[in-house]
Design a binder for this molecule. Structure first.
Ligand code: NAI
Length: 475
């Protein structure tokens, strides 16, 4: 006998579990199916974000930053540390404990919201009267029927042809977060978000890190003034970043990996490393979903085709997060999950794709929302720009972290904020004010007129807004 639900959510990552909770809050009878297993084979909901992405990377970034501070910066504060050492295995064990707290938190939230959780792989069986039959292959096999289905199956790391992930020598984000020894030499392919975050973690812990990037520009999608500032800081820290490279043959041995590559000048090079992380983007995951059984349409990249409302080609089937178009970000997935649950309940869910913030959790952090200066130029929009360096911010000086700036871009005529770009301390937190301002379609003058606490890093945002009108007070 099949179990009947109003809504079945396939995938328990940020898109899926949030959609399930919101649908339950709106009075629906909801099931969420997720197959992720912890080390003991038990359920580990939370998807890539919780298990091998956002959360564990931030745990390791924090631990490695503490080590970096103690090694190089405590002395500036008059603190002497003798006999400093680092235990990578313990750091990774702490990271695993943080992950488990998050897994358990989601299971608790399911109980609290009366979402039925099924541990196993869900696949479409067939369309039935008033919905879809879904098979769950787990410890026990279950058959569920849902009137509405939300697919939130996420993404997988993209492999480089000729260098399949073995998670021992050639690592995706999963292996990169599980290393228990610090590799002496670490190579990374791709200087995107994962390349820079993972490169930073292992450099801080003592690896000699080389990043090979195919594109000629560093962080091409980021405002180039900000990207240049970040590049300067990373190189100073000791990250070797080679741009405009062409990666050739990769030879994987028992003791190391050898990468043949050509530099921007066309000269043949070889990079010999102990471990290689490949971070060249991710691909949508529909493995085992049996989409073809019901005729669910995928595009040429394997993403589920959806409209602006996350509706697929099938009535009553929705898809959200990394498995559909748009940036592969946990918070974008969450917003889509909430909006879909609300649409199912007859409400008018809404996601504003123009105000989705981006954050790269390096040191300095990089965060932005809205359009970059290069985008505004290519869109032919007349704009005003204001920047304010953290060097002139009292709190940043007291913190001893004055790298970077806040840059605000506003419409030349209306003064509406079109983009804010930050490189510097706590950029990830500072960006929230800017997202809110853009959501409310604020002008730069609005931010300039708001009282910001002193001393705080947020004063730099206010000063950048004042700079748009060429009237900074502290620079
Ligand atoms: P990415 O798209 O950020 O960067 C991939 C980089 O690899 C690009 O710079 C690209 O030019 C380069 N590349 C591609 N093919 C190459 C090749 N054959 N040789 C050399 N370079 C090549 O992808 P990444 O870093 O793998 O991250 C995947 C996804 O995970 C991203 O969409 C990102 O949004 C998400 N993510 C987000 C985080 C955050 O929000 N802080 C943290 C980590 C990942």
């Amino acid at each position: 006998m099949s179990k009947q639900f109003d809504v079945i959510v396939i995938g328990g990552g940020p898109g899926g579990y949030i959609a399930a909770i919101r649908a339950a809050q709106l009075g629906k009878n909801v099931a969420c199916v997720d197959e992720w297993k912890n080390a003991k084979g038990g359920p580990a909901p939370g998807g890539t974000c919780t298990n091998v992405g956002c959360i564990p990377s931030k745990a390791l970034l924090q631990s490695s930053e503490h080590f970096e501070q103690a090694s190089h910066h405590f002395a500036d504060h008059g603190i002497t540390v003798k006999g400093l050492s680092m235990d990578a295995a313990k750091m990774v064990a702490r990271k695993d404990a943080v992950v488990k707290q998050n897994n358990d938190g989601i299971l608790y939230l399911f109980k609290k919201n009366k979402v039925s959780f099924f541990h196993g792989r869900a696949s479409f069986v067939k369309a039935v009267d008033g919905g879809y039959e879904i098979k769950v292959a787990g410890a026990a096999e279950e058959t569920l029927v849902g009137q509405q289905i939300i697919v939130a199956t996420g993404s997988n790391a993209r492999a480089l042809p000729g260098a399949a992930f073995d998670e021992t020598m050639v690592l995706s984000n999963e292996g990169a977060l599980a290393l228990t020894d610090v590799p002496k030499k670490l190579g990374l392919i791709g200087s995107g978000v994962i390349g820079l975050e993972m490169g930073s973690v292992w450099r801080r812990l003592g690896s000699e890190v080389t990043i090979l990037e195919g594109l000629p520009d560093f962080l091409g999608a980021v405002d180039q003034q900000i990207a240049k500032e970040a590049h300067k800081a990373f190189v100073k820290q000791g990250l070797r970043i080679e741009l405009g490279v062409k990666v050739g043959d990769i030879k994987v041995g028992k003791k190391g990996v050898s990468v043949a590559w050509t530099n921007a000048k066309g000269e043949a090079q070889t990079l010999d490393v102990d471990k290689l992380i490949v971070s060249i983007g991710r691909v949508p995951n529909t493995t085992g979903l049996n989409a073809e059984a019901v005729g669910l349409k995928l595009d040429e990249r394997g993403a589920i085709v959806v409209d602006g409302d996350c509706k697929t080609n099938l009535p009553g089937v929705w898809a959200v997060g990394d498995v559909v178009r748009g940036p592969m970000l946990a918070h974008k997935a969450e917003e889509e999950g909430v909006a879909v649950a609300e649409r199912i309940a007859g409400q008018h869910g809404h996601v504003n794709f123009n105000t989705v913030p981006w954050v790269i959790y390096t040191s300095p952090e990089i965060a932005w929302v809205g359009r970059t200066e290069q985008q505004l130029k290519s869109d032919g929009v007349a704009y005003k720009a204001g920047t304010f360096p953290f060097l002139a911010n009292g709190r940043a000086r007291a913190l001893g972290d004055t790298t970077g700036m806040v840059k605000m871009l506003a419409d030349a005529t209306t003064d509406e904020i079109l983009g804010v770009h930050i490189v510097g301390p706590m950029a990830s937190e500072l960006i929230a004010e800017c997202v809110l301002a853009m959501e409310f379609r604020a002008s730069s003058e609005d931010i300039a007129r708001v009282c910001h606490a002193h001393p705080s890093l947020s004063e730099s945002t206010k000063e950048a807004a004042l700079a748009v009108d060429k009237r900074t007070l502290n620079f």
